[in-house]
Each structure stands twice: as structure tokens, then as C-alpha cells.
Design a protein around this ligand. Structure first.
Ligand SMILES: [Zn+2]
Length: 110
């Protein structure tokens, strides 16, 4: 789960002019557009927990088929590489959840 920002010139309905807007994305979905002049915020409601669930689910769901495919292709290579995969996988997921927690916290403050 990642949050990114983009600055773009858009027409602000409060300033009645083209101003710089800060656009916030969560997983490539626009969640917030803020005018840098008057700080008028246009929020797009996204289900943040659903986004997180979808992401975690996809990651877990795609794993068994990948393992099976590798297992069929080369048994000895699979067995040799397995402990490294088991070690690296939970680390990557934990890192993502930590990032998501911060994003959820940011959303609760608004
Ligand atoms: Zn404005």
C-alpha cells in the first residue's frame, strides 16, 4: 500500500481561478485534491480497509500457485530456495502493513 502526491494546476471553485492543487493517491486511486491557495479540499471516499484487504489477499492468494509451479519445474532448486522465501515473505508483508497503518492514521485525522 503506498501513498503518493502529485501537484497539478486545476480550476478551483473557491478561488475561481487556476491554482496549484496537491493530489493524493492511495494505490493509484485519487483520494484527495487540495487547493494550495485556499486549502479547499475535495475528498474522494475510498474504503481504506478494503484497499488494504484486497492488496493483502491478492498477495496471499497468488502465492500457492507460484510455489506449485516452481515445485514441478525443479524440485531440488525449490527445496534449496524455500527457507529464503519463507524468511523474506513475512518481512515484506510486515513492512507494507506498517505503511498502511500510517495512511489509515492520516485518514482518521481528517
Ligand atoms: Zn482555491
Amino acid at each position: 500500500m503506498k501513498q503518493t502526491y502529485l501537484e497539478s494546476e486545476l480550476f478551483c471553485i473557491q478561488c475561481l481561478d487556476h491554482t496549484v492543487h496537491k493530489i493524493t493517491y492511495v494505490n493509484n486511486q485519487i483520494t484527495k485534491v487540495e487547493c494550495e491557495e485556499c486549502h479547499n479540499i475535495l475528498e474522494i471516499r475510498v474504503d481504506i480497509m478494503n484497499e488494504l484487504f484486497k492488496e493483502s489477499y491478492n498477495r496471499v492468494a497468488t502465492k500457492p500457485s507460484r510455489v506449485t509451479k516452481e515445485y514441478r519445474e525443479d524440485l531440488s532448486h525449490f527445496l534449496f530456495s524455500l527457507p529464503i522465501r519463507v524468511m523474506t515473505k513475512p518481512y515484506r508483508v510486515a513492512k507494507d502493513i506498517k505503511g498502511a497503518r500510517k495512511i489509515i492514521k492520516d485518514y482518521k485525522q481528517q
